[in-house]
Write a protein that binds this ligand. Structure first.
Ligand code: ADP
Ligand code: MG
Length: 251
């Protein structure tokens, strides 16, 4: 195992990462790096280990070996909420929003709690929250629907709401697992626009199967297969890679 502990300029630096489930290596000696302001997309066949990589980064799954450094801080020994506090936000495949609450209330609830809340400043805080909720709602195309009950949103709008709930926490790294699954073509286009917009000042890791969508957003693509990197680089490069065509794109 590589035991170099040099600091890196990468926002996220994954080295020799392995997780073994009863002897089966879902992620196998993986090295993966994410730059500041980069949209990094992970593609690959089902069971390749894509979701597991995100689970390892956000602390939901514990690694067997290796290192995950975020701003040169080791994440593998941290707990999920500590990793969130470091600035890593994660969206799961199924949106977890409060269906009974309005769009506004969902966003408001996700606003990070102030470090110290003293009475006299409560009004100012309320105003700040309101302004921020409106800004985020605009970004995720829900500014006209702030009073709508979340249960009544379309599937795509629910996905956007959840992205908004993460954005309001202003993470430096945002991870999205299959964000356009089940979306219409026009919703996919809007989501691509949204992701291109929100990378200003943050990095995004996306797992996705929709190649048109990947083409619209990816700065860099990593192709995973059996827990290892099959190919990496620009979309054009990995699309032309015979190994990738063979195990993934050819189907
Ligand atoms: P992908 O997201 O690329 O489709 P996953 O990361 O979900 O793949 O899964 C990779 C492999 O690891 C699969 O074979 C899956 O069954 C296995 N796996 C994932 N999580 C666990 C777990 N908690 N326990 C056992 N096996 C798991
Ligand atoms: Mg998955």
């Amino acid at each position: 195992m590589n035991t170099l502990n040099n600091n890196t300029d990468f926002l996220l630096s994954i080295e020799n990462l392995t997780v073994s489930f009863d002897g089966f290596k879902a992620v196998d000696d993986l090295n993966l790096y994410v730059d500041e302001n980069e949209i990094h997309v992970i593609i690959g066949p089902n069971g390749a280990g894509k979701t597991t990589v995100l689970d390892l980064i956000c602390g939901r799954t514990r690694s067997t070996d290796g290192s995950i450094k975020f701003r040169n801080k080791e994440l593998t020994s941290m707990r999920e909420h500590e990793i969130v506090r470091e600035g890593v936000g994660r969206k799961f495949q199924n949106p977890s929003i409060y269906e009974d609450l309005t769009v506004f209330e969902n966003l408001e609830l996700s606003f990070p709690r102030g470090r110290s809340v003293w009475g006299a400043l409560t009004f100012q805080r309320d105003q700040d929250v309101k302004i921020r909720v409106h800004e985020i709602a605009e970004m995720v195309f829900l500014n006209e629907l702030l009073d709508k009950q979340a249960a009544l949103l379309s599937h795509g709008q629910k996905q956007w709401l959840e992205i908004g709930m993460l954005l309001i926490q202003d993470p430096e790294l945002l991870m999205l697992d299959e964000p356009v699954a089940g979306m219409s073509v026009s919703e996919r286009k809007q989501t691509a626009k949204l992701l291109n917009e929100i990378t200003k000042g943050r990095s995004v890791m996306v797992v996705e199967h929709d190649m048109k969508f990947v083409e619209d957003i990816a700065h860099r693509v990593t192709v995973l297969h059996q827990g290892k990197i099959l190919s990496e680089g620009s979309m054009a490069k990995v699309q032309a890679d015979p190994n990738v065509i063979d195990v993934y794109l050819g189907h």
